[in-house]
Ligand binder design. Structure first.
Ligand code: DAH
Length: 341
């Protein structure tokens, strides 16, 4: 009886030269070599006639023969799909199946909404670099070196250059705008900011802010109040109340913090407002005369207001997100809740 090797040889040649024209050819090949009564099976059945000392070698031979047949079959597997496609007679005039797209990130939803609201009253959008120099992030904003206000913003410095920082707030864009843009200016500046905070539910080493800046002749605190009142009623609804508390920022004088009536309990007291009925949403004030002077603007002729708010904070209030870490964990169970917004 011919050895296994001799039996396999012509089949190997047949397999190597196999070149099917269509799915039917391929199917015949499968049945002939790999089917339940195919050549691979038949040869395997003959293993019992091989003396024990030759079985190992015969097994290896048979195995590589089987792999050869399977490999050749797989090489032409695409023919099966073509066969199916023809059979199904695809109607190419039908519109394509819609691709499922992701959802917008909640912070982006809120950012877009903020831009919409302010653009209705003539604010345009400006951006600035996230790696900033000391002048734009601090010094020009009336926070010279050793100013205690710098302590409130624990800063990441960039090792390559002691003058560079990861910007701690979007107020740096105010500086860049005042430096380059002819007056009057009316801008909002969205962007990411960085502070060396330990990550927890209430703090993160990066977050997002919106800066607002309006400088013109005769801009008053009343304009600031009305602008921000308009913003919150658009954002949180017409019943929203506001209150201003005196505060301190080096770049504004006078400075204030603005609270809104709690959107969850309406003022009666809940965990969001810590049972005060009010939630703080932003800092603001009249642009400090020193700032205007730093950019060659005469504070006797021009005045302006500025404000800065955290996008995470606005989102937290609007959608009751109570853990800051959720924004950057990429958990689809969280993100999908914002579908369609
Ligand atoms: N830059 C301040 C911060 O990050 C926020 C801020 C307060 C911005 C008052 C302003 C402002 O423009 O007028 O804490």
């Amino acid at each position: 009886m011919a050895s296994l090797q001799e039996q396999i040889l012509p089949y190997e040649q047949e397999i190597n030269s196999f070149n099917p024209a269509n799915a039917a050819d391929l199917e015949q090949f499968r049945i002939r070599f790999l089917g339940t009564k195919g050549i691979v099976k038949l040869l395997a059945n003959e293993m019992k006639n091989v003396p024990p000392e030759g079985r190992r070698e015969a097994g290896m031979l048979l195995n590589s023969f089987k792999q050869l047949a399977e490999g050749r079959y797989e090489q032409f597997a695409h023919l099966k799909d073509e066969g199916n496609a023809n059979a199904a007679a695809i109607d190419t005039s039908l519109p394509g199946a819609p691709l499922p797209i992701g959802t917008r990130h909640p912070l982006r939803i809120v950012e877009n909404r903020i831009v919409d609201i302010f653009s209705k009253i003539g604010f345009s959008v400006a951006t600035g670099p996230e790696i900033e120099d000391d002048w734009h992030n601090f010094t020009s904003l009336n926070m010279p070196e050793n100013h205690t206000a710098r302590d409130m913003q624990d800063t990441f410095y960039v090792a390559q250059n002691p003058d560079w920082v990861l910007r701690t707030h979007t107020s740096s864009v105010q500086a860049r705008i005042l430096e380059t843009t002819p007056l009057p200016v009316r801008v909002i500046c969205p962007g990411r900011v960085y502070r060396n905070e330990t990550i927890s539910a209430r703090a993160h080493c990066f977050f997002h802010q919106f800066e607002g800046l309006y400088v013109d002749k005769n801009v008053s605190f009343a304009d600031l109040k009305q602008t921000l009142y308009y913003f919150v009623t658009e954002m949180f609804g017409p019943d929203t109340k506001v209150r201003f508390r005196p505060s301190y920022f080096p770049f504004t004088e006078p400075s204030a913090e603005m609270d809104i009536s709690c959107t969850v309990c309406g003022g009666s007291g809940c965990s969001l407002c810590k049972h005060t009925g009010w939630v703080e949403i932003l800092g603001c004030g009249m642009v400090h005369p020193n700032l205007l002077r730093n950019f060659g603007i005469d504070p006797e002729v021009y005045s302006g207001f500025a404000f800065g708010m955290g996008v995470e904070r606005i989102t937290q209030i609007k959608y009751q997100v109570n853990d800051l870490r959720l924004y950057s964990q990429n958990d689809v169970r969280f993100l999908r809740q914002f579908q369609g917004l």
